[in-house]
Design a protein around this ligand. Sequence first.
Ligand SMILES: [Fe+2]
Length: 264
Amino acid sequence: MIPLSHPTVDRLLAIMDQKHHWAWPSFTRPGLSRAQLLVHFRHEYATYVRDFPVLLARVLGQVPDLIDVRRALAENIYEEQTGGLSKSAPHPELFLRMMEGLGFARAQFEDKAIEPELHASARTYRDWLRTKSIEAPWQAATALLTIFVEGSVNERSELAGTYTRAKGDAAVMRHPLVVHYGCPPEAMHLVRAHGDVEGGHRGDAWRMVLDHTHDDAVAKTVVDTCMDGLARWHRYRDGVAELMGLVRDTATTAPPPVVASASR
Ligand SMILES: [Fe+2]
């Protein structure tokens, strides 16, 4: 069990609570054009989906002789880069199959096609993730990639046990891409793979960081790094929304994120 009252957990969850972007509801209902979907998915792919296993490997590269952390990261990398645990395929490959299910071609996701189309905020976020993944302390890099990037706004309720992510057919059949955008269920193996293995990886993510963060200065850097990640992620998502032509309705969406101070 992860202690929700732990001060570092408390601060990190306050950050995760804000990993919600005003444009997010647009993706859970019908109404987006293929061109808008392409902008969104190209950005997600180029920013962290394609290179997520490599980002984790960069983190592993700076972890000292701690067998539990190295093992958990290696297991996560194995699944992300091979699909070996979920008996599927590399997650970036599963993502491309989902894109094909939406009617897009693989060529549209090649570097030379995406790179000129990337919003500057996406490039900044991606480059920053690459830099941080190999920067000390390793606890901050681990928290950034496995808690912040891999986690979601549901983190608090997932840890509290009040939210269980949908699995298997249930997850696929109610997914917005299937319900509203005609993606065939057989192209949604990525969602199945996440339902199969990601639950375990959530617990690992928190344990790796908490079991080895006893120093106040390290704890502060862990929280500050994730706070920085949140701000950059919001600017990145603002950039994607801008390219998609989505306009924020300030009357019905919450104000920009407010991040609690990490100082004691
Ligand atoms: Fe994944």
